[in-house]
Design a protein around this ligand. Structure first.
Ligand SMILES: [Zn+2]
Length: 332
């Protein structure tokens, strides 16, 4: 899309002119609820495709959950436009919260148009994503899709239908409290930890416990130990946590990572717990992802774990700012 954004002063002037025009027309009509510019008309007459979307999902709430910060402006609110680069806000959400318009690039539309544009999906997919957002406060499909493998070299990118399997597994675990107990209880984890991981889109249930990677899905016949890959290739579990973390705990299995998350290791801002799929599975190409981070290796206290600690430390040494080890040892 070729966008030539307008100047901030012009944006505000245009929006103010819209509001004034509405106010005058309302006076002439003697009817304050009728407004006639396109954004306001859409506010009043746009009909949502389902009652859930119309009444339950706040357009502004969705944008806020996407990281946009709003300021009050006239009768509505404005934020930086999600669809063009700008320093001064020109994206307005109308007063009754179901229609947005950018006075900079000209984008306008409903919450569904927004999701279609944001995720580059069709109407039905957007509807599904919004329904998930309503039911879970998050859109698992989108999280699973956004866990794009950022590993250098050749990576496996799951197909659209595989991503659906991944998202559905997370949703199944999210929706079923008994399943959350079935996962949590054998390890005395909190069900809230399991729910959080499912909401993140990295843990699910599909006949077995599902560890959802950006590059595929790995099953475990829980609480037994046998693993099998449903599809895809191994990478780092919760790889998307790496981007924003300054301190990373790296375990050698998903369950160790879950135990540390359950114990509150991630309650400190900037800390992430991620895992490599096994002691000897760390690949050279993953090391640069740890550039500039404090990395604490939490591998098993056995000969295989010790050997892996040495190998991984050597690979990470050129990149990590600090390398530490942490070996929880069972004492009873
Ligand atoms: Zn814009």
């Amino acid at each position: 899309m070729n966008i030539i954004p307008k100047k901030p002063a012009d944006v505000d002037a245009e929006h103010d002119a819209d509001e004034n025009k509405n106010a005058n027309l309302a006076k002439e009509d003697g009817n304050e609820s009728i407004e006639t510019n396109d954004i306001s008309v859409a506010c009043y007459f746009w009909t949502a495709p389902s009652a859930i979307l119309k009444e339950k999902i706040s357009f502004r709430g969705l944008l806020e959950s996407d990281g946009h910060r709003f300021k009050k402006s006239g009768k509505g609110h404005k934020c930086l436009c999600p669809f063009h680069d700008e320093r001064t806000a020109s994206f307005y959400i109308c007063p009754n919260d179901n229609y947005g318009k950018c006075y900079g690039c000209g984008w306008k539309g409903s919450i569904l148009d927004y999701v279609m544009e944001r995720d580059q999906v069709d109407f039905n997919a957007a509807l599904k994503i919004l329904t998930q957002f309503y039911e879970h406060g998050t859109a698992v499909n989108r999280i699973v899709s956004s866990q794009k493998p950022s590993l250098p070299g050749e990576v496996y990118v799951p197909s659209e239908s595989q991503r659906t399997v991944m998202a559905d597994a997370a949703i199944r675990l999210m929706d079923d409290e008994r399943l959350q107990h079935r996962v949590a209880d054998p390890r005395s984890w909190k069900t809230s930890t399991i729910l959080k991981l499912a909401q993140e889109g990295c843990l699910g249930w599909d006949g077995a416990l599902a560890f959802i990677y950006s590059t595929g899905i790995k099953f475990r016949n829980w609480p037994k130990k046998d693993f099998f890959w449903g599809f895809g290739h191994q990478s780092l579990w919760r790889i998307n946590k790496l981007e924003t973390a300054s301190s990373v705990y790296l375990t050698e299995g998903e369950t160790d990572a879950i135990s540390m998350i359950d114990a509150g290791f991630e309650n400190t801002p900037g800390v992430a717990v991620i895992c490599m799929p096994g002691a000897s599975s760390f690949q050279d190409a993953w090391a640069p992802l740890f550039r500039g981070k404090t990395v604490t290796l939490c591998l098993d206290n056995d000969p295989a774990g010790e050997a892996a600690t040495g190998k991984v430390a050597e690979l990470l040494h050129p990149y990590a700012t600090r390398l530490l080890t942490f070996n929880p040892r069972e004492v009873a």
